[in-house]
Write a protein that binds this ligand. Structure first.
Ligand code: 13P
Ligand code: SF4
Length: 305
């Protein structure tokens, strides 16, 4: 760990009246230095409620955009302008408008892993932590379009028995985890509980003991109901799982489950970001105002404990 860079970040943060938010998939040293580290729901709530003038978002572009929509009066910086989410780019506003035309009476729920334009075309936004509760609260006979992640969508359909219209989007990092990976890791560690993210494919989820967002995995492990866990999500979260539970064991379901975009953020880039106030993420007012409505509805729905 480079103490010189950490000290520099601390002093720049004070100078700029900035807060650093980091996602649970960030490199360990960035999770450690962040003022708040969390899942997409927790990060959105923090972004909406901070008093800081500047938000440095250590994550990917849709997260920084979400912060800019929820806090339009603040400056939101993404330390690497190329840190995107391939899943978010799997549907654009025009494609969603076409889908809405095919199902004119449907309500549209979009996963927060989506562009601002897609959020603006949606009625509700959700995260992996509250998607089930949000869809459950919609009228029982409503037709529901769910974009872009078909794997999260199938999990929601399974838990709510609602008939959802899916979009074929997926997370390229989560689908690298296979059911064979789970079977093999379980054979090596038969006493471990399998915690999987709903972005995993269906055969993986069928073998899991719990389906949880990243922060829900941290809370679940902290309860101490087991001392060995197989973790089926991006491996960055294992850093904090181990830190918070030094007596427990966490085994990645697959070492291949790495999100290259999340790993684009580095200490050097955070320094440059605060020094030069780059890269500022903004959303046009008209799109931001529409997208905010779907995000406000998302923040209102907290996941069941
Ligand atoms: P959560 O942290 O909300 O579970 O989301 C996972 C993810 O893929 C974020 O990009
Ligand atoms: Fe997107 Fe998947 Fe990376 Fe999350 S882990 S940012 S869904 S590519």
């Amino acid at each position: 760990m480079d103490q010189r860079l950490l000290d520099k970040i601390e002093s720049l943060k004070e100078q700029r009246n900035a807060v650093i938010l980091a996602h649970n998939y960030q490199p360990g040293e960035i999770q450690d230095l962040a003022d708040f580290c969390g899942d997409s729901l927790g990060l959105s709530i923090k972004a909406a409620n901070t008093d800081a003038e500047v938000i440095v978002f250590c994550g990917v572009k849709f997260m920084a955009e979400t912060a800019a929509i929820l806090s339009p009066q603040r400056t939101v910086l993404l330390p690497d302008k190329y840190a995107g989410c391939p899943m978010a780019d799997m549907i654009n506003a025009e494609q969603l408008r076409d889908l809405k035309q095919q199902h004119p009476d449907a309500l549209v729920v979009c996963y927060v892993n989506s562009t601002a334009e897609v959020k603006a075309e949606s009625d509700y936004c959700c995260t992996s932590a509250n998607a089930v509760e949000l869809v459950q609260a919609l009228p029982p006979d409503a037709e529901i379009i769910f974009v872009p992640d078909n794997h999260l969508g199938r999990h929601v359909a399974d838990k709510t028995s609602r008939n959802l219209i899916f979009w074929p989007g997926y997370c390229a990092s989560h689908v690298l985890i296979t059911d064979d990976d789970i079977r093999q890791t379980k054979q090596e560690h038969p006493d471990a509980l399998v915690l999987a993210h709903p972005e995993c494919n269906e055969p993986v989820k069928e073998l899991a003991d719990e389906l949880l967002s990243t922060s829900q995995m941290l809370s679940f492990a902290a309860k101490g109901s087991a001392d060995k866990f197989i973790i089926a999500t991006e491996i960055g979260i294992i850093h904090t799982l181990k830190k918070q539970n030094p007596d427990a064991q966490f085994i990645p379901a697959s070492e291949r489950a790495i999100c290259p975009n999340m790993k684009k953020i580095t200490l050097d880039k955070i320094v440059a970001s605060l020094e030069d106030m780059r890269y500022e993420i903004t959303v046009p007012d008209d799109i931001g105002a529409k997208a905010k409505k779907s995000l406000d509805r998302m923040i209102e729905v907290l996941p069941a404990k």
